[in-house]
Write a protein that binds this ligand. Structure first.
Ligand code: ADE
Ligand code: ZN
Length: 324
């Protein structure tokens, strides 16, 4: 079964490129850029990746991103992730990047996006991996800051398929970003949002109704509102679920307790993704294997998750046909 899972063609819809920064590359970039890290070794960094909730992770994740300084660093980060995609037979990936994490440190928007997109182009040409880029707003920052970020993105709209919303969910509901999402839609951008990861089911409703999100990132906390579960099934709203992330951030106490199988059986459009693989202990294959082992998902159910991901992707029709 593990061989079957490894060889299965896959589509990833929920991956933060900054969350694919492995400690080895973090140390290499720290040396290259003369930056001091709070860890003395790769092993010490890995040992520090013990989280109690989303915020305890985000603090370490934003700190790690400090080593990313130059266009080449963003290229190297993205290229390393694409090589992992190749190993896991990921054929298409839709990647989040958090420009504010970098522009706040005075790294120009262009440096970030050009480094990432150069690697994505090479990935398409040399590895046959297609990709899309989603610009994610940090929800702990202001609406004004998000608008400024959208402004900075204007010369690069051809490189971005959509906008997302991530960072600390509790206390920062989707409706705070209603206007900037409306402005993004006006520019032809698609909308997705993290909701119902740690926050309440109402955040999922607000992401759909106020932000017009076409996919919900995570969404697993919908189950405390049975009507919402039924509505999500009826709408065929895709959920980009990240099983290993949910365990690491203690959304569920163990994989056996995860509700992914329940949601699949309820007919929701469930997909499996890796979120921040360098921090959560696994890429796509690892996530598929983990849910299979704990919850006994059948081959048919695992393949269904991939078909769901193809259908929920923002791939152009021709490539979609080729993947299906
Ligand atoms: N940024 C990176 N990973 C995230 C996650 N799992 N939730 C919210 N924001 C994030
Ligand atoms: Zn995420």
């Amino acid at each position: 079964m593990e061989d079957f899972i490894r060889d299965m063609p896959k589509v990833e819809l929920h991956l933060h490129i900054e969350g694919s920064l492995e400690p080895e590359l973090m140390f290499e970039l720290a040396k290259r850029n003369n930056i001091r890290l709070p860890y003395s070794s790769v092993e010490e960094a890995r040992n520090a990746y013990q989280f109690t909730d989303l915020q305890s992770f985000l603090d370490i994740y934003y700190q790690g991103a400090n080593v990313l300084q130059n266009q080449q660093d963003f290229f190297d980060l993205t290229w390393a992730y694409l090589l992992r995609c190749q190993q896991d037979n990921v054929r298409h990936t839709e990647i989040f990047f958090d420009p504010q994490t970098h522009t706040q440190r005075n790294i120009p928007f262009d440096v970030v996006i050009n480094g990432i997109t150069d690697a994505l182009k090479k990935g398409e040409e040399e590895l046959g991996i297609s990709s899309q880029l989603i610009m994610s707003f940090l929800r702990h920052l202001s609406e004004q800051d998000a608008f400024e970020t959208l402004e900075q993105a204007q010369p690069h709209l051809d490189k971005i398929v959509g906008v997302g919303l991530d960072s600390s969910e509790v206390g920062h509901p989707p409706e705070k970003f209603c206007r900037v999402f409306a402005a993004s839609r006006q520019l032809g951008l698609k909308c997705v949002a993290h909701a119902g990861e740690e926050g309440p089911p109402d955040n999922i409703r607000s992401a759909i109704n106020d932000l017009k999100a076409e996919r919900i990132d995570h969404g697993v906390r919908c189950t405390s509102d049975r009507k919402l579960v039924d509505d999500l099934a009826k709408m065929k709203m895709p959920l980009t679920i990240c099983p290993l992330s949910n365990i690491k951030l203690r959304v569920f106490s163990s994989m056996e307790q995860h509700n992914i199988l329940f949601l699949l059986k309820k007919g929701l459009c469930v997909t499996i993704n890796s979120d921040d693989p360098a921090f959560f202990g696994g890429y796509m294959t690892d996530n598929f294997i983990a849910v299979h082992k704990a919850l006994n998902l059948t081959r048919h159910q695992l393949v269904q998750c991939t078909i769901n991901a193809i259908n929920a992707s923002f791939i152009e029709a021709e490539r979609k046909e080729a993947l299906l």
